[in-house]
Design a protein around this ligand. Structure first.
Ligand code: HEM
Ligand code: HEM
Length: 325
């Protein structure tokens, strides 16, 4: 979500609430010998208010899973989440009179601070996200579809190579096993295998024609060997694991050098196949970038969400302990 003018109302309301709480705290502080503690009337009111904001922020998870389907649009929930979540920290600081107290309350404060800091970090990332994604990943696929698209790409790559191979090519037999697993995922057809690289000559052709055909067959076989070596040694492993940065094909510059080197070894008839492989590797690099970006953009939630659960549980414990003991 972008932090824009639509946040103004929430920002102003949050500042007003914070100002009222601060004024009440300062007034109570100046009319008594010490600052209002968590168990004073004002302290309890501030604790309840801060807890309400925390609970509202935590309800975002339920709203996300559509449990609160009809209760307002998601954008309003997100704005409310950001501002009330943020506001919960100063309100709770006022509730505890800026003391962290014993072990339980100290743990509670550390959790709250970590949640708010990770949330602010995530909000800043999400604010910058549209620009980040469009510059880094022009051909964007939704994250859930990436694995499927990568599987499709593996089939496409094998299909363009297979077109040049006799069906009994050992390398192809080796790739077929992986292919059948991939095909199960994408539901696509098995690629067709050609009859083989041999150039056909009529039985009654003269010696020169037979020699020319044999020479051409040898050139095709040599080209095919180079193509298979490159496909089996570099392209297929890269398409299988494009997230690793180690393979040469993971870098656009090194990939371009590698493809140019193979281009000189293959038969000119295989050039379109090589071009397709090059395009597929380019797309795989983008998908890898999209996965990395997704992890950066959503990884912080791995902290934000479990800490929220811990905070909710310990707040309940704190409430019971503080009020009954
Ligand atoms: C409705 C919710 C809450 C109630 C009724 C409540 C109640 C109290 C009470 C009675 C005290 C004073 C006694 C004591 O120190 O244990 C207190 C102190 C404190 N509470 Fe809460 N609390 C609530 C929510 C929270 C939350 C959500 C946090 C933090 C995330 C928190 C953090 C603290 C801290 C840091 C102190 C100060 C401890 C000290 O100075 O020794 N409270 N609370
Ligand atoms: C006590 C405070 C907070 C609690 C309990 C809390 C809790 C949560 C929870 C449970 C989610 C996950 C929702 C889901 O399941 O998808 C979430 C997401 C998020 N939180 Fe918080 N949060 C708090 C404060 C903040 C703050 C202060 C910010 C930023 C200023 C923030 C920013 C975010 C963002 C950007 C998301 C992702 C929303 C999305 O899915 O697009 N949070 N938070």
């Amino acid at each position: 979500m972008r932090i824009d003018a639509t946040h103004r109302g929430w920002a102003v309301a949050s500042l007003v609430i914070l100002a009222v709480c601060t004024l009440a705290y300062v007034a109570a502080d100046s009319s008594a010998p010490g600052p209002p503690q968590g168990d004073s009337w004002l302290g309890l009111a501030l604790g309840a208010l801060g807890t309400a904001f925390i609970a509202f922020a935590a309800l975002l998870g339920a709203r996300r899973r559509a449990l609160l389907l009809r209760l307002g649009p998601m954008s309003a929930w997100l704005r409310g989440h950001l501002w009330l979540g943020l506001l919960s920290l100063p309100v709770i600081l006022l509730h505890g009179a800026f003391q962290f107290g014993g072990t339980l309350t100290t743990v509670l404060m550390c959790l709250l601070i970590a949640i708010v800091v990770s949330g602010v970090y995530g909000a800043i990332l999400q604010h910058a996200m549209p620009r980040l994604i469009t510059t880094a990943v022009p051909q964007e696929t939704t994250y859930e579809q990436i694995e499927r698209r990568l599987a499709e790409m593996r089939v496409q790559a094998l299909a363009v190579v297979a077109e040049h191979c006799p069906p009994d090519t050992p390398e192809i037999a080796q790739f077929k096993q992986e292919l059948s697993e991939t095909l199960r995922l994408t539901g696509e057809e098995q690629p067709e295998f050609r009859k083989g690289p041999a150039v056909k000559v009529a039985a009654d052709a003269d010696e020169a024609a037979k020699a020319a055909a044999a020479e051409q067959t040898a050139a095709i076989e040599k080209g095919l060997a180079a193509l298979l070596r490159f496909y089996g040694g570099q392209v297929a492993p890269f398409l299988r694991n494009c997230r690793s940065r180690r393979p040469a094909l993971a870098s656009a510059v090194r990939a371009s050098i590698a493809f140019d080197a193979v281009r000189t070894d293959i038969h000119p008839g295989m050039e379109p196949a090589l071009r397709t492989l090059e395009e597929l590797c380019g797309e795989a690099r983008q998908k890898a970038r999209q996965i990395r970006l997704h992890r950066v953009l959503h990884g912080w939630l791995l902290l934000h969400i479990p800490l929220t659960t811990a905070l909710l549980v310990l707040t309940a414990v704190h409430m019971v302990m503080a009020l009954y003991y």
